[in-house]
Write a protein that binds this ligand. Structure first.
Ligand SMILES: N[C@@H](CCC(=O)N[C@@H](CS)C(=O)NCC(=O)O)C(=O)O
Length: 222
């Protein structure tokens, strides 16, 4: 039995979605973020030393890192589904998006979230809070927002080439991209094609079923 170590409002939601698309049976072990720090509970470190979610266990096998989990599940259980044929141009695009989602798209989105939270942190002395707000706000505006806008425009252009990120069909690339797109929409606006793409995903039966298995998800962004 596959067990998903699932943290609320997190990247592991897309693993539940993938499992539903693959029509696999799985168990969800839920972990709750600390309400103040938003970090995962220490018990997740017993599953994987980094204590991050998602992690899955499948018998004796433990897989962490969403991209590796997506590859493992599709290659082990997909029987060719959700993945372009090897050696095609679409397969290269598939690999690209699988790496890009966490390697390039997520860093500025996470930094924006953290920079917004630092000035509000209880550890921040109230006297310097307005100054911290100004500094982090200025970095966000001058550096992070333009970076994010470049990514968002790139997604819009790519979805002008095909209905899904790696071609005409839904693949693991779309599963990976769902989280950065949801995070970007929660922090700003997207282009019309990306909006339509994510709305289409949110309308899928497998996505809805994954939401009910995960027990709520606040990142859907609209
Ligand atoms: N690149 C990793 C990121 C894992 C990650 O940072 N997960 C977040 C949830 S979205 C987490 O566990 N945060 C809680 C913590 O850092 O304690 C992946 O895609 O699996």
């Amino acid at each position: 039995m596959i067990v998903v170590h699932h943290l609320n409002n997190s990247r592991s939601q897309r693993v539940l979605w993938l499992l539903e698309e693959l029509n696999l049976s799985y168990e969800v072990k839920r972990y709750a973020r600390d309400k103040q720090t938003m970090l995962a509970p220490a018990e997740l470190k017993a599953v994987h030393p980094l204590g991050k979610s998602p992690v899955i266990s499948d018998g004796e096998t433990t897989v962490a890192e969403t991209g590796a989990i997506v590859t493992y599940l599709i290659d082990t259980y997909g029987h060719g589904a959700l993945k372009p044929a090897a050696g095609t141009a679409a397969a290269l695009r598939y690999d690209y998006w699988l790496h890009y989602a966490e390697g390039s798209a997520m860093p500025p989105l996470v930094m924006k979230l953290i920079f917004g939270e630092i000035p509000k942190s209880p550890q921040m002395p109230w006297l310097i809070r307005p100054i911290a707000k100004q500094i982090f706000g200025a970095v966000t505006k001058s550096y992070l927002d333009p970076q994010i806008a470049t990514h968002v425009a790139f997604w819009e252009a790519e979805l002008g080439k095909s209905a899904y990120f790696a071609g005409a069909e839904l693949t693991g690339a779309d599963v990976m991209m769902s989280f950065p797109v949801e995070a970007a929409r929660a922090r700003g606006t997207l282009g019309p094609r990306v909006d339509a793409w994510i709305d289409g995903i949110h309308g899928r039966a497998a996505y809805k079923q994954a939401l009910s298995r995960g027990g709520g998800y606040a990142l859907m962004g609209g």
